[in-house]
Design a protein around this ligand. Sequence first.
Ligand SMILES: [Fe+2]
Ligand SMILES: [Fe+2]
Length: 166
Amino acid sequence: MIRVNQAGELGAREIYRGQIAVLKDHPCAPVLVEMAEQENEHLAAFDKLIAERGVRPTALSPIWRLAGYALGAGSALLGERAAMATTVAVEDVIEEHYQKQLDALDSLDEGDEAELRQLIAEFRADELKHRDVALENGAEDAPAYQILSRSVKSGTRLAIWLAERV
Ligand SMILES: [Fe+2]
Ligand SMILES: [Fe+2]
């Protein structure tokens, strides 16, 4: 769980970095910067757990960095609304992923992994907020919204699947 979450938060941070690089002078830039800062906090929390628990980090870090940044910059080049649509799609999948982990952790004894449960619950709430912010910023008005959304969701699911294994 910690490995895949660290990989995901790394990817998320890079998506926003890519979007900011393209949209830095756009009125939506402060919103992107705020979300990027939260992803940084999420990433730092999992970096810390990786170190504390001696978890092997994902072997694919360079790929998550590159893929995240490319997705961020690429979607932003299609326009602000496409960037927002990407955020909605990614956060939808991540929110589900965190919920599944919370359900799995619920099968542990009460009090076990309390810190991890707390972190995941908190981050899941942040991701839901990111999704709502992106919806408020016109995500659904992006050109070819359904196609974009479906592709980004499949890509994100594939990334999770890979990060759980490699
Ligand atoms: Fe996050
Ligand atoms: Fe997020």
